[in-house]
Design a protein around this ligand. Sequence first.
Ligand SMILES: [Zn+2]
Length: 209
Amino acid sequence: MKHDDCTGCGLPVLELEGQFELVQPYELQHDELPLDQAGCWHTACLLRSRFGPAWAAVRLRTYRDLRKYDTLAELDAWTVLHHTQGDRIALGRTGELLRLASLGSRRRARKVLAGRVFACVDEGYNLELEDGSVIVGIREGFAAAGSYPLLGVCEALGILNKVHHPVALERGIVSAVRQTESRHFITMRLEYGVFVPDELLPYTGGVPT
Ligand SMILES: [Zn+2]
């Protein structure tokens, strides 16, 4: 699958938890948001844009009305929503979404300034690029060291300054690559982190009892 480019800045988007946002055009119903502002965004770009509050309104409506989530808590910067089947998410006032139910143990999450970083693994991330140099660079770097820094991938893609909460990715690595000869396509195992601010920590983890 070819990667998406950010609606905001036009650069490639890595679909990592906490780093990208996606609104499908069908979610727009009441003209809150121009249709051409839907699609995929870097989280960092959305937060810097003027469309964040409109995204927040669209997503709140989608999750409450269409997907039947209920409000669990209204916090300063977030609305926490949950579903009777156990899912729980947080929607930021500026449009970003964090999936809280699927995060691992809070106690094992790394403590950082103003929050914690939860470990996250993507067993098979597919990246397809026309410019072969990026993928060749990852393959060569991985072959030499047995892993490759995720921020190195971001740098090669020109999106280092689009990383939201760099502390979440600073230890991120490509920990395996599937062997093929392709210069334009690579499947990687990614280990990285998801930053969760302090005010959302009580809402992480499994189904509330
Ligand atoms: Zn962007």
